[in-house]
Design a protein around this ligand. Sequence first.
Ligand code: CUK
Ligand code: CUA
Length: 655
Amino acid sequence: MNQESKRLSLTLLFVSVALLGLILSSCGGSTSANGSSTGSNVQALMSARDLTEADVTAALKTYTPTGAKDDYMIFASGGHGGNVIVIGVPSMRIHKYIAVFGPEPWQGYGYGDQTSGLLASGNLEGEDLGWGDVHHPALSETAGDYDGEYLFVNDKANARIAVIDLKDFATKQIVQSGLIESDHGGCFVTPNTEYIIEGSQYPAPLNGEYAPISEYKTKYRGAVIFWKFDREKGRIDKSSSFAIELPPYMQDLADAGKLATDGWMFLNSFNTEMAIGGNLDGEPPLESGASQNDMDYMSVINWRKAAQVAADPANTTMNSGLPLISIETAVANDLLFEVPEPKSPHGCDVTPDGKEIVVAGKLDTHATVYNWAKMKALIDAKDFTGNDTYGIPILDFQKSIRGQVEIGLGPLHTQFDGDGNAYTSVFIETVVAKWSLKDLKVIEKLPVHYNIGHLMAAEGDTVSPDGKYVVAMNKWALDRFQDVGPLLPQNFQLVDISGENMQLLYDMPLPLGEPHYAQMIKSDKLHPERSYPVGTDPLMDRIDPFAVANGDERIERKADGVHVYMTAIRSHFKPDTISVKKGDTVHLHLTNVETAHDATHGFCIGSYNINVSLEPGEHSNMTFVADRAGVFPMYCTEFCSALHLEMAGYFLVEG
Ligand code: CUK
Ligand code: CUA
């Protein structure tokens, strides 16, 4: 906490205490000379709005007056929206939607040449994908701590990973391996963001190949991909990435080890039964076939050693352009082990000290605490109970764990504070359970509304969590908000965990879903830029070769079409009249030559589907064929100045 925010929160605390004092004294009927009028006003407000003392405390803890900023920022998955939602804490004000896997008109994302090219780079075999199923955002880390530089997200449906630069909160890269068909164990980063981990979910023949479902056990596979992150370039480097083949279990959540477990990762799986459904043919449905065993497996992977093994081409085969370590090679090199985990596990969370791994079971009432020292001793001694169907050595369950915590019905995900406590989301019981890592006892349960999936704590996935706040990401909202039709918002509930008891502070309806996971970072770790150097292509991080300087505006006819070099500045485009012939290919090169903070212009040509957003300094290229004759107004779409409506012109296409 920096000095300023420390002072701010102390002031806030003082004001809260003083105000509460007033409320209480006025409740008691005492009359303080200059406090009574404020006190009775508050009292009147409280009774008019039917608020309790706890409500007023909650309000004081979250109310953020105009101009005051939030201490933390949440990066939440936007689910099907294929984007990321940026939310301030404690105010819970939405600050931004970062467009990632789908078009976003306000940001002009997916309209100009650059970002439509970026979106197209994530298409599969020519299929235009207009959405993504974002599950797990991961902030870049240095020494196991969020460093505020990058954010990575996965798209479960299409097995893609995206890189977002927090210099400008913009998507820079989308990668799709072609190796797997869906992912879920991602994004998780290694402690220095050496690799971004992407584990598959639903097994399929690798490389997009076909095999009948009857060959599930022999031809279908999972895999975990280690995408090498080139921090200097701010991009994933596919040529230094690799993958490990996994059995056709359904791999689920993963976490990278840290400190004590640095160099290792943990990836749990369900459906070790390898059920394949077939309910139309009288077979049990997938979900019951997949829930037969009392135990599934968590894969324990030595990624650091795997990287060395993958570096020798003799140890891998190229699959979809990635060197793949087979299960056999992984086993032969002591890279891959399994440890049983109770019934249909879900969360997989490494403790801040890296010494233990907490796994909760959807159909089990416990959270299981695996102890790394014990597991490592078994691995080193080659003390295994046997091998699974695919030859992977299995560690003994009892010998691998420190203990289990009786949590409640449907425990899912676990987060941590800095004081040795864990917080587990409990879906069926619909509570947040706080428990002690030390003695594995539940301390308190807080009802949430309703059916919580993930939860996230302040700096909760780092080596030094901050405590203070937990946010419950609830799947059902039922009676919490005004009805808005059959599809309800999701409900993010902010919880204060700094006191003796957890206190629910705020309900936030989230109208874009389905958000699965989020991470919460200290605001002062983020240092976004305020404008771009004039002429910047933000995607390539460079001055665009077609950037236009003030005074350099022109229209040129070339072999490949009409090139229009334009600038935007309050309050005109230059040129403001563009005349072409029907059939011309048009190349618009448009630079916002402004440098003032927040001086954004938009540019559109209606009915030609041209729409870009030009942040100060930004350059955009738009290429299209003028295939319809007519007169088309073009104008600035961002209310930028008093004469914004006059920031317009004509695009004329002569037939
Ligand atoms: S999953 Cu959704 S509640 Cu994709 Cu992390 Cu657990
Ligand atoms: Cu520029 Cu409105």
